[in-house]
Each structure stands twice: as structure tokens, then as C-alpha cells.
Design a protein around this ligand. Structure first.
Ligand code: UDP
Length: 357
């Protein structure tokens, strides 16, 4: 049975008013780490639209201030430029909020493979810091995890209790899966031993506006290649499959879990069950963009360097999320692709005008 120890310090009884640089706001209800990133910034927009005070901590390593263009200047919003590795800063921010949404992480297969040590450190030590402070002040925490947890398990719809099947630890790709598993284990052990109120969310492939193509994510890459009329770079046979969920549906899932008492101590897959092979995806994007691009097949070693392993198939079972929250996605793959192509068009035209790098 879990042992429920009281947190070391009780939360303040009443919210205090605090002067923030961006205005005067109540004590921030939510701390969103990684809030300038792709999923984080959409979550911040949704929380602010609900009238919730939000503080973002982001080191802007992959996050961008322009993702927070709608949030900046709002009285309910504050941005803090800093790292989740900065323990005293994290401690102060966790103390001053009610709930933590821990989304800060090094993500993207390309980034993980190119910067494995830095990624591993951020993804383990950063989370340990956040969890330690959440325990200290008795804060609820939602931890972002990943479908990479399941590794090469290609057995069909993956439920939260499905097996982890990983390759050798010497293959850089699996260091990300391992780091996130360490995070999940830490959260679970703090929950069992100290009563930490944690919920783990495993994001499957997520897509939408603001997703950078720089770190490997296939849809923003294909969409930009199609819009520019360049060949689409399909890695491996292209028969490997994924399911892509629109970020707006991911945010709806997060909002449905954020204050749900029953979600404490639980782990949830968040993803789409509409499966598509990467080769079919390339063709759908070319059609959606009305592009003349061709498809260029590259080997994994050409794409990522030697010793790379991919997942053949990755399909989530979201029965648990639906049962707990009533969540269901509102956008299908056509909506996802239309949005990705529109986002790519606007970025490519801003590049042509010299407005972005
Ligand atoms: N992929 C591809 N071309 C690219 C980028 C990715 O064929 O330019 C493939 C990649 O090998 C994988 C799938 O698309 O099989 C999804 O890759 P992504 O990095 O988006 O996410 P993953 O599911 O691998 O984390």
C-alpha cells in the first residue's frame, strides 16, 4: 500500500498577491515548464483563455518566444527565462504555484541522437528537481512522458501496461526512452513513499502549428519540403507507421486531466488511433499541398548515423483516458495535415520575406 507522508512544508493557506514584471496577478495557479515549446505554448494559451494565472519557465533552447506572442502582455501571464536544472529557481516557482505542468524536455529524435548527454541530463535531472520541489511544497504535478517508453514494442495498440522493449543502451535513441522511464519511476516512487500527487501523460506523435522541423519531427519536415517543392525525405522502407494527434486535442486531454482527482497516481496515453505508414503520409502531404515534390528514400544511417533503430509501428490504446475523462479527439488526419501545410506555407513565405531565419 502507498505510504502517504505529509509534504515537508504545507502550502500557503491563502494566495498572496505578487508583483510580476508583466502586470499584477494572483499567485500563478499553474507553472508550465517548457511553456515556450510546441505543446507547452498551446497549453498556456488554453489556460489563459480559461482565465487561469500561468507562469512559464523555459530556457529557450528549443522553445521560442514567438510561440508565446498571444500570452505575453496578459496580466495573468509571466515568463521566466531559466532552466529546470536551476534548483533554487525551480523551487521558488513551484512554491509559488498550485500545480506544475512539467513539459520541459529535450525532445525530437534528431536532437536526442545529436546531443545525447545534454538531452539525458535535462530529461532526468530537470525532472528530479521539479519532483523534489513538488514534494517539498505538496504541489500536484503532471509529468510529460512519451510513447518512446514502449520502445520497439510494435505489437498493436499499446496500453499503459504494455511492455517496454528496448535495444542496446549503446544506441543513442534509447537514452531518451530510458531518461523518461527514470522520470516515471521517480514520480511513482515519490508518490508511493511520500504521497506525491502526480499524473503521467505519455504523448504519442503530436502535430500542429509551432512544431519545429529542426529536431526530426516528420510532419513539419514533410510539409515544408512539399511547400518548397523539394523531395520528401522518407527514411527506411517507409512502411513504418505512426498515429498523429493534433496538438489542440492533446491540450484538451491535458485540460481534462489537470484537476481531476481520480487522475492522481495514474498514467495515460494521449494519441490518435488513425494509423498511417510514412510513405502514405508523404503522398498525402504532397497531395494536400498540391505540390510537385517527389519522394526521396534515405537509409536510417544516412539520416541519423550508424546504429539507428526505428519503431515499426506505434499505435496507442486510449481507452483509459476516454474512460477517466470522456475525452475524444475532434480533429482527424486530414485536419492535421491541412494545418501542417498552412503552417509550413506561412513560415516559408515569412522566410522569403526575410522575417524569420
Ligand atoms: N521520418 C522520415 N523522414 C523524416 C523524418 C522522420 O521518414 O524526414 C520517419 C522516422 O524515421 C519515423 C517517422 O518518420 O519512422 C516518425 O518520425 P518522427 O521523428 O516524427 O517521430 P518518432 O515517431 O520517430 O518519434
Amino acid at each position: 500500500l502507498p505510504v502517504h507522508m505529509p509534504p515537508a512544508t504545507s502550502p500557503p493557506a491563502t494566495p498572496h498577491r505578487q508583483k510580476w514584471s508583466d502586470g499584477v496577478m494572483e499567485r500563478p495557479k499553474y507553472l508550465v515548464t517548457g511553456g515556450a515549446g510546441f505543446i507547452g505554448s498551446h497549453l498556456v494559451d488554453a489556460l489563459l483563455a480559461r482565465g487561469e494565472p500561468v507562469v512559464v519557465l523555459d530556457d529557450l533552447s528549443t522553445g521560442r518566444m514567438e510561440n508565446l506572442a498571444g500570452a505575453r502582455g496578459q496580466d495573468n501571464f509571466k515568463f521566466v527565462h531559466g532552466s529546470v536544472l536551476d534548483a533554487s529557481l525551480v523551487d521558488e516557482l513551484v512554491r509559488d504555484c498550485d500545480s506544475v505542468m512539467h513539459l520541459a524536455a529535450a525532445v525530437g529524435v534528431k536532437l536526442i541522437v545529436e546531443q545525447p548527454l545534454n538531452s539525458f541530463t535535462i530529461n532526468t535531472k530537470g525532472t528530479e528537481t521539479v519532483i523534489g520541489s513538488a514534494h517539498r511544497y505538496g504541489r500536484r504535478v503532471i509529468l510529460a512522458s512519451t510513447s518512446e517508453i514502449y520502445g520497439k514494442n510494435s505489437s498493436g495498440p499499446l496500453s499503459e501496461t504494455s511492455d517496454r522493449i528496448l535495444g542496446s543502451p549503446s544506441i543513442p535513441r534509447w537514452s531518451y526512452s530510458t531518461a523518461k522511464a527514470v522520470d516515471e519511476i521517480l514520480a511513482e516512487l515519490y508518490r508511493r513513499e511520500y504521497g506525491l500527487r502526480s499524473t503521467i501523460v505519455r504523448f504519442f506523435n503530436t502535430v500542429g502549428p509551432r512544431q519545429s522541423p529542426a529536431y526530426g519531427m516528420v510532419i513539419p519536415r514533410f510539409a515544408r519540403q512539399a511547400v518548397r517543392g523539394e523531395p520528401l525525405t522518407v527514411y527506411g522502407t517507409g512502411e513504418q507507421s505512426r498515429c498523429f494527434l493534433h496538438v489542440a486535442d492533446v491540450v484538451e486531454a491535458l485540460l481534462s486531466l489537470i484537476d481531476l482527482p481520480d487522475a492522481v497516481g495514474e498514467t495515460f496515453n494521449i494519441g490518435s488511433d488513425e494509423e498511417i505508414s510514412i510513405l502514405d503520409l508523404a503522398e498525402r502531404i504532397i497531395a494536400c499541398a498540391e505540390s510537385t515534390s517527389s519522394v526521396n528514400r534515405l537509409s536510417y544511417s544516412e539520416a541519423y548515423g550508424p546504429g539507428f533503430e526505428d519503431m515499426e509501428r506505434r499505435v496507442p490504446d486510449t481507452t483509459k483516458l476516454r474512460a477517466f475523462t470522456g475525452w475524444q479527439p475532434h480533429r482527424n488526419l486530414d485536419d492535421v495535415l491541412a494545418d501542417a501545410v498552412a503552417d509550413a506555407r506561412s513560415e516559408v513565405s515569412r522566410q522569403v520575406l526575410g522575417l524569420v531565419a
